[in-house]
Write a protein that binds this ligand. Structure first.
Ligand SMILES: *Cc1c(COP(=O)(O)O)cnc(C)c1O
Length: 352
């Protein structure tokens, strides 16, 4: 057990829920009895708000976490003999314990190349997709059916609207569907300054897993089907996977808090700004090598191994992703300038 409650940079899910989400959670609780399993007024209201946000009559389902959102979305796009093309650092490949394969009854993930500059930025390219699709077409190989991209990427970068359009073009050329893991979708939109529609369905995305947890909810992700034909039977898939909340209002009402007055965008913009502050500070430190400039809310840097050990000893929690001391620092909706500066001060002390 720890009594150290300082703000940490291990992940944006270390943060609590934002006041706006908690306000609607409390309001939904105070409203008395409500129909269960998503038949409540909060689920209606928040999904209507999502339809307005995306400017399309999309079909929305709430689940508890991102692994389930991705796994079930992909399973709905694939038969068991199909495959899903993604980046080698994709969360679905590295951090979901085989969930997508399990829920699709065996659809295989095919990872793109890892050596290019795009790959180092966590992105998959149209060329990599083309290569994977055309490499084999025989009956012995799982047939590519979906491309999955992460927006913002696991490396803290963001696909531009044009990037997404080009990937979608390549996907459609080969009759593949396009899935977007948007665990940090808000951070990507805050960076791009575009409308959510422009970087999703208008660019060719079929299904978006819109992350609420890392953006300031207590719990909950939205699976957004822009093509309603694809969500046929999805409700049963969610139920069978144990992801249908009976008191659904406690997931959906906090979404009202995020969506009202663009709190989701404000939360994300703040996290992104804190990442910029951290990045600018890190760049001044001797012996610290930053990777690409952050576009979302994560900062990546190589620190001397002794500095990593010393920072851990000072109680800082963060993940090491890359061999040789590559560290990841993630800012959240509530990260303060003081917390960033405190981390930087300790980094200065241990590297100086
Ligand atoms: C956090 C995250 C998820 C969701 O993870 P859960 O722990 O299952 O909620 C999915 N994709 C990416 C890229 C993430 O960072």
């Amino acid at each position: 057990m720890t009594t150290d409650t300082r703000q940490q940079f291990a992940s944006d899910n270390y943060a609590g829920a934002c006041p706006e989400a908690m306000h609607w959670l409390a309001t939904a609780n105070a409203s008395g009895h409500e129909p269960a399993y998503g038949e409540d007024r909060w689920t209606q209201r928040s999904t209507d708000m999502l339809r307005k946000l995306f400017d399309i009559d999309c079909d929305v389902y709430y689940v508890f976490n991102g692994t389930a959102a991705n796994s079930l979305a992909l399973a709905s796009l694939c038969q068991s003999y199909h495959s899903v093309i993604c980046s080698p650092v994709a969360h679905i490949e590295t951090d979901e314990c085989g969930g997508p394969e399990f829920f699709s009854n065996g659809s295989k993930l095919l990872v793109g190349e890892s050596q290019s500059e795009a790959a180092r930025q966590g992105k998959i390219t149209p060329a990599a997709i083309q290569e994977l699709v055309t490499k084999r077409s025989d009956i012995h190989y799982p047939r590519p059916k979906v491309v999955s991209i992460t927006q913002a990427t696991e490396m803290g970068t963001v696909y531009s609207v044009e990037d997404v359009r080009e990937i979608a073009w390549m996907a459609k050329k080969h009759h593949l569907r396009l899935h977007m893991d948007g665990a940090r979708f808000a951070n990507a939109v805050a960076h791009l300054g575009c409308s959510p529609a422009d970087v999703t369905w208008r660019a060719g995305v079929d299904v978006l897993c819109f992350g609420g947890t890392k953006n300031g909810l207590p719990v909950g992700e939205a699976v957004v089907f822009f093509d309603r034909k694809l969500s046929e039977d999805f409700a049963w898939r969610v139920k069978q996977a144990g992801q249908l909340a009976s008191k659904m209002r406690f997931i959906s009402a906090p979404w009202v808090g995020l969506l009202e007055d663009d709190v989701w965008l404000r939360n994300a913009s703040h996290a992104n700004a804190m990442a910029q502050r951290l990045y600018q500070g890190l760049r001044q430190l001797p012996g610290v090598q930053t990777l690409h400039a952050p576009q979302a809310n994560g900062v990546f840097a190589q620190l001397p191994p002794a500095a990593v050990t010393a920072l851990h000893a000072r109680g800082w929690k963060f993940y090491q992703f890359i061999a040789g001391g590559g560290c990841r620092f993630v800012c959240a909706w509530d990260t303060t300038e003081e917390a960033v500066d405190a981390l930087l001060a300790d980094m200065r002390a241990v590297t100086g």
